[in-house]
Design a protein around this ligand. Structure first.
Ligand SMILES: Cc1cc2nc3c(=O)[nH]c(=O)nc-3n(C[C@H](O)[C@H](O)[C@H](O)COP(=O)(O)OP(=O)(O)OC[C@H]3O[C@@H](n4cnc5c(N)ncnc54)[C@H](O)[C@@H]3O)c2cc1C
Length: 537
């Protein structure tokens, strides 16, 4: 069945990238834009109130879809859970709201890797244009964009302890990690706007100008892109057997994320022809790079008991939570109005390293699995390398769109990544053993994290390292003549007309920070390219 509704552009996936692409394309009033999202509308408090972020991790919650890797040989054969956000906002509905842009050199590296037009000088105007920083704009920062960005007013005392520990260990401090200088201990910005989670959908679509030419459908999964005569013409909605098709007269933009976009391409017969043939999917366009180059940030999240009862864990009592809730409802302020990570650091593991290669996140709270502990005061310090060199893959296990794909980030495959992970562990221990922590540092909450021999440290890494939730690269952007790339520097799929991919999957290589702001920037830049505009602030 083919719907007679016609659209110029169909954007698949309303995540960090898709919401922005759809909103920007709809600025051209004569364009009919359709945004399709498989998850629910963003109506629940758990995706609106920043302090409720960990609620989404509880079993059965509507905004999270859980994936798993295949067993990782360098992590003692463990499978790593990979939650992804679904709904109007995608992973920006459930993420930690830490707002970081990466290192300027990451984008210059993209340009060297073939993504012409994506150097730092090219992308800086897009970063500036999208953000509305509470302190206002400057040569690096934006002050008038849709995405609200702010810092917590007053730091928790343990956050101050962490910053002091950095100073005691001899590291520098940077005033604005998203500005001129990334390196050093720093305060983090967060994607929060006047007490609300500033997901890209919330900022660009819900709070943006109302546009009659933008249609949004949630609860609608796309199962295949339709190709006719070398051109993408529409999408087929699933998962039922009686499929409905929707047609796009100009282009289809896949923004289904680092898992969803390659999965959709493969289900549509676009990918390595031999692999597709083995699954009984008729190859439509042989594109060997689809699903290759999957990678991620790996980190160690280590926790210590806190000797003083001052941590955020102490707020998780019913009467305190009631007061916190009341403050949020009355004033949109207080603990519920912020995320949980406000300080961190970008450091070099050795003076010869030309860019910060280790990131630290500090949390004045400890967790039991995914959710904060209620009966234990503690803090968490996370550390991990920034520019992973190990590369893995995403492949289908069947031709059924309901089957999750096989994820293999191939963690720690390269010796360089293993070495950087050891450095990350060393920095983490260095910081937590500074004098500043003496009055607070209790026992390690996982006894296995005591420093030991190099072999013991490797064992800790294999047993405890986990994802930072930064899957990317599975539809790599590369030069026009790069046959292993999936999209060209204009985000167009190689060799097929009318189809683009815009999301974390097209990153040529991972950037040196959390990925949400970089993905939103990519959506801004890609919107300019689709609209034939040169871009700018
Ligand atoms: C738990 C978690 C915490 C994180 N914390 C941070 C953080 O604090 N700071 C930070 O910078 N980054 C963070 N990240 C990373 C960041 O949020 C993601 O990298 C980013 O949101 C990815 O954006 P995207 O547009 O590529 O994909 P997504 O935002 O995941 O969007 C993809 C969308 O496509 C939809 N979709 C997929 N397939 C289909 C289909 N077939 N049909 C219809 N719709 C479909 C999905 O439902 C989803 O809504 C976190 C990620 C997670 C998961």
């Amino acid at each position: 069945m083919c719907s007679d509704r016609r659209y110029d552009y169909i954007v698949v996936g309303a995540g960090s990238a898709g919401g922005i692409v759809a909103a920007r394309l709809a600025e051209d009033a004569d364009c009919r834009v359709l945004l399709l999202e498989q998850g629910p509308p963003n109506t629940s408090w758990t995706v609106r109130v920043p302090g409720l972020l960990r609620e989404n991790f509880k079993p059965g919650r509507a905004y999270m879809r859980w994936y798993r890797t295949i067993p990782q040989p360098r992590l003692d054969g463990r499978v790593i859970d990979h939650p992804r956000g679904i709904g109007l906002g995608g992973s920006s509905l459930v993420n930690g709201m830490v707002y970081l842009r990466g290192n300027p050199g990451d984008y210059d590296r993209w340009a060297r890797e073939g993504a012409r037009g994506w150097s730092y000088a090219d992308v800086l105007p897009c970063f500036r244009r999208m953000e509305r920083r509470a302190e206002g704009g400057d040569a690096y920062r934006g002050g008038e964009g849709p995405i609200g960005v702010q810092r917590k007013d007053r730091l928790h005392p343990l956050n101050e302890v962490f910053l002091e520990a950095g100073r005691q260990a001899g590291y520098g401090f940077t005033e604005d990690v998203n500005g001129r200088e990334q390196e050093g201990f720093c305060r983090f910005d967060m994607n929060v706007d006047r007490g609300f989670r500033a997901s890209s959908y919330y900022a660009f679509v819900e709070k943006g100008p109302q546009r009659p030419n933008l249609t949004v459908m949630s609860g609608v999964a796309v199962r295949r892109v339709e190709i006719e005569g070398g051109r993408a013409t529409g999408v087929e909605l699933g998962p039922s057997r009686r499929a409905t098709s929707l047609r796009a007269e100009r282009e289809i933009i896949l923004s289904a994320g680092a898992i969803g976009s390659p999965q959709l391409l493969l289900l549509s017969g676009i990918g390595p022809a031999d692999e597709l043939g083995r699954l009984g999917i008729a190859p439509v366009h042989d594109l060997p790079g689809v699903g290759r180059n999957l990678h991620d940030h790996l980190e160690l999240d280590l926790q210590w008991a806190c000797l003083k009862p001052i941590t955020v864990n102490g707020l998780l009592r019913p009467h305190k939570m009631a007061l916190i809730g009341l403050e949020w409802f009355l004033f949109r302020s207080g603990f519920a109005a912020v995320n949980q990570c406000h300080v961190g650091a970008f450091l070099r593991s050795a003076p010869a390293v030309p860019h910060p290669d280790i990131q630290l996140h500090f949390f004045p709270v400890c967790y039991d699995g995914w959710v904060p502990r209620r009966n234990q005061h503690g803090f968490r310090l996370a550390a991990g390398p920034m520019r992973q060199t190990s590369r893995g893959s995403l492949t289908l296990c069947s031709a059924d769109p309901r089957d999750p794909p096989l994820l293999d980030p191939n963690y720690l495959d390269s010796e360089q990544d293993r070495q950087e992970m050891r450095s990350a562990y060393a920095v983490l221990q260095e910081i937590v053993s500074q004098k500043a922590f003496d009055p607070y540092r209790g026992r390690p909450l996982d006894p296995a994290i005591m420093p030991g021999s190099p072999a013991e440290i490797d064992a800790i890494i294999r047993r405890l390292a986990t994802t930072s939730f930064h899957l990317c690269g599975s539809c790599r952007m590369g030069a026009e003549d790069d046959e292993t790339a999936v999209v060209d520097p204009s985000t167009r799929l190689r060799g097929l007309a009318g189809l683009r991919v815009v999301d974390a999957s097209i990153m040529p290589s991972i950037v040196s920070s959390n990925l949400n702001a970089p993905v939103m920037m990519m959506a801004e830049r890609a919107s300019d390219l689709i609209r034939g505009r040169s871009g700018g602030a």
